[in-house]
Design a protein around this ligand. Structure first.
Ligand SMILES: [Zn+2]
Length: 125
């Protein structure tokens, strides 16, 4: 299952601190859990599909595209001087005319997924 309000989550994700602990494994600050953080792992398929795992309750119930995963992906993109945006449908993403990636759950073969567009990060003047 995917989140209903992608743009709200994306805003939420911007406020979360991220710390990498291994290749494609990151610790993301949590606003809701008692432990104060979640572990996100990212798996890249060859065809531009990302499978992400998170230790939060949403992910444990089969959800994907939580704010922690968004925060982790945004962090990794920034390291490569890219900015990313999340979109609920392929049509929304295609309108941006940027490079596209797809985010799906770690177990499901959800045909749908969430869509990610990536663009170069503007250099500070
Ligand atoms: Zn999560």
């Amino acid at each position: 299952m995917k989140p209903k309000d992608v743009k709200r989550l994306q805003r939420l994700a911007r406020g979360l601190r991220v710390r990498p602990i291994a290749k494609d494994m990151l610790v993301v600050e949590s606003k809701s859990s008692a432990s104060g953080h979640h572990i996100v792992t990212i798996h890249y398929d060859e065809n531009g599909t990302l499978r992400c795992r998170c230790s939060c309750a949403w992910a444990a119930h089969g959800g994907y595209g939580c704010s922690h995963v968004m925060a982790a992906l945004a962090y990794l993109a920034e390291k490569r001087r890219r900015a990313i945006s999340f979109w609920p449908t392929r049509e929304d993403a295609e309108r941006q005319r940027n490079r596209m990636l797809r985010l799906v759950g770690s177990q499901s073969d959800d045909e749908n997924g969430l869509w990610i567009t990536t663009r170069p990060l503007r250099q500070p003047a």
